[in-house]
Write a protein that binds this ligand. Structure first.
Ligand SMILES: *Cc1c(COP(=O)(O)O)cnc(C)c1O
Ligand code: SF4
Length: 367
């Protein structure tokens, strides 16, 4: 076993261990565990300073997860866009490929908790069908390898998947989505990065939600990935009591840049069953966006998106910077709230198109 596998094996995972470590009611922990697996790596547990802090909230179970009548099992209706069990094909030219059911630790707010942690729902035997689907669909030029967490797979297993995808001519780029650099940075080894860099162009999106998650260990892991030429992006979920204030988010985005990670998305928390205690208002997300744009490096400003219920995909939300547009001028508000005017070019009859121009109209990939 590699060191990282030994660390993973020592994770807190039984209801007894969890209840004892955090002083919780054992019966309650057992009930939550039946709904969604509990696991916390010893490394991430060591970063928790006190009960209820932003790191604690993300991974330690809460009875609020058992609340009835909140959210949906499959809030993004991924299962409707799933032609084979391991693929979600929602957008014209790219697919999500689910290759691993497990994660280093389990986020209590996970959007895919209906599948994640369940080896019957994300199973290795579905991988072959996924690869074949991608082979048969020549429009797929971008594959997002996800799960669960793909970096929980052994180097050999992961390499076999990357090699099969790389052998497909029409697949231009590969992406890995992983929270391992945050939960189990020890898994990022020389051997792993030397393997990954054989499969360029390979991108990675990591998942950090709080500045305290950027530690010497995770910085080392991220720097190794960046040194291997892997462009790194970050996806953050806006979570109540974790990162729902401007200063925390600004610090997180700035710290990510210091370890060469470019903030990519801030997600409004999805409408997931049993996660209402994590959801904030959308106004809060817009306030955070406004607290970033202009106030700090443009590189530190990700897009703020809602992944639309019903399978609409990611929709960007931007505060109202444009006050009015006429044929003469555009009136705008800058980051500090001051008003500026841009004069329009003078043309005869300039109509803004009412519908999408034909070049952008695409057939839905729904099968
Ligand atoms: C998020 C997502 C993608 C990737 O979206 P990008 O905006 O290209 O990063 C692809 N497929 C599905 C189903 C997704 O949810
Ligand atoms: S790491 Fe990702 S897939 Fe795994 S529990 Fe967290 S959000 Fe869900």
């Amino acid at each position: 076993m590699d060191d990282w596998q030994l660390i993973l094996r020592d994770s807190l995972r039984t209801p007894e261990e969890i209840a004892e470590r955090f002083g919780l009611d054992l019966e309650e922990v057992r009930r939550v565990n039946r709904e969604f697996k509990i696991q916390i790596t010893p490394y991430y547990a060591s970063l928790i300073r006190r009960k209820g802090d932003p790191l604690y909230k993300q991974v330690v179970p809460d009875v609020a997860e058992l609340a009835e009548n909140t959210g949906e099992e499959d809030p993004l209706d991924e299962d409707l866009d799933s032609p084979v069990p391991s693929i979600v094909h929602r957008y014209p030219d790219r697919v999500l490929f689910l290759v691993s059911h497990s994660c280093a630790s389990y986020c209590r707010f996970c959007t895919r908790k209906r599948k994640v942690g369940d080896p019957m729902k994300i199973h290795p035997r579905y991988i072959e069908d996924g690869v074949n689907y991608i082979k048969e669909h020549r429009e797929v030029r971008d594959v997002i390898i996800s799960g669960g967490d793909p970096l929980i797979l052994s180097d050999e297993k992961l390499e076999s998947i990357l090699a099969q995808l790389r052998a497909i001519k029409h697949v231009e780029i590969l992406r890995i989505g992983s929270r391992v650099p945050c939960f189990l940075p020890q898994r990022i080894t020389e051997k792993l990065v030397n393997m990954l860099k054989k499969y360029h162009p390979l991108y990675m999106n990591v998942h950090f939600n709080h500045p305290d998650e950027i530690t010497p260990e995770s910085s080392r892991a991220l720097n190794m990935l960046a040194d291997a030429g892997i462009p790194l992006g970050n996806q953050t979920v806006l979570l109540k009591g974790v990162n729902d204030d401007v200063m925390t988010m600004r610090r997180l985005m700035q710290k990510l840049l210091t370890v060469r990670v470019r903030p990519y998305y801030i997600y409004q928390a999805d409408y997931v069953k049993g996660t209402d205690h994590f959801r904030t208002t959308v106004e809060k997300g817009l306030e955070i966006y406004q607290g970033l744009r202009g106030w700090t490096s443009g590189l530190a400003v990700p897009q703020y998106v809602i992944d639309a219920p019903g399978g609409g995909g990611k929709i960007p939300l931007i505060p109202e910077y444009v006050q009015s547009i006429t044929d003469e001028k555009v009136v705008m508000r800058n980051y500090a709230g001051e008003i500026f005017v841009y004069p329009q070019v003078k043309t005869q009859k300039r109509k803004r198109p009412r519908t999408q121009p034909p070049c952008l109209r695409v057939e839905s990939p729904r099968v």
